[in-house]
Design a protein around this ligand. Sequence first.
Ligand SMILES: Cc1cc2nc3c(=O)[nH]c(=O)nc-3n(C[C@H](O)[C@H](O)[C@H](O)COP(=O)(O)O)c2cc1C
Length: 201
Amino acid sequence: MTNPQKTTQPETAMSVMDAIYQRRAVRDYTPQKIDQAIIRTLIDAAIHAPTAMHEEPWAFAVIQDKNMLNRLSYSAKELVRSEAHGSDSYQAKHALDLVSKPDFHVFYNAGALIVIYSRLQGPFVAADCWLSAENLMLAACAKGLGTCVIGFAVSALNMPEWKAELKIPAEMTAIAPIIMGMPAGETPLVPRKQPEIISWN
Ligand SMILES: Cc1cc2nc3c(=O)[nH]c(=O)nc-3n(C[C@H](O)[C@H](O)[C@H](O)COP(=O)(O)O)c2cc1C
């Protein structure tokens, strides 16, 4: 029986469990351009995530323009550099090391960046957007595409200059920037620690 609520019917041979275990943060892509239709299908998968009070607080921007991605990468690196300066934390030092490399591209030369913005404010708005981000990444994995969240880009995307250039309303907030493309090779699994189950009654 068809589900009338579905706006598209994504076909996939991969089970949800397979997608969960096979998804990787992919940082090496082929130059192959991703079809608009596939990106629309993935955004459709994203909006099927649950939301608090059924608010659907998200909006999406897609950037495939190479020049724009290069400029945004440069801008993100500058901001991360200035934010990380003077901090003693391991994470800040690692970030500073990375963004100080002239060849480092925050989007790893991926052909597409999908940014999930929140349209609203509220206690669960960010959670809603992140749930849609995971849907999008699992759906991309099921379609043989690689993805990676790029936290480095959040501050730049929230600058008024970038919002103006991307025609994003000022009241929206960039939450989850996700690069996407055809993986150039295999990405090894990043092992997980055993879960700490602290209570089970
Ligand atoms: C909120 C968030 C921000 C992230 N930001 C970056 C980033 O800026 N650059 C990057 O290369 N990876 C980034 N990642 C990817 C993580 O490094 C990656 O998910 C983690 O190392 C685990 O690897 P896996 O996703 O392959 O399991 C981010 C992931 C999350 C959830």
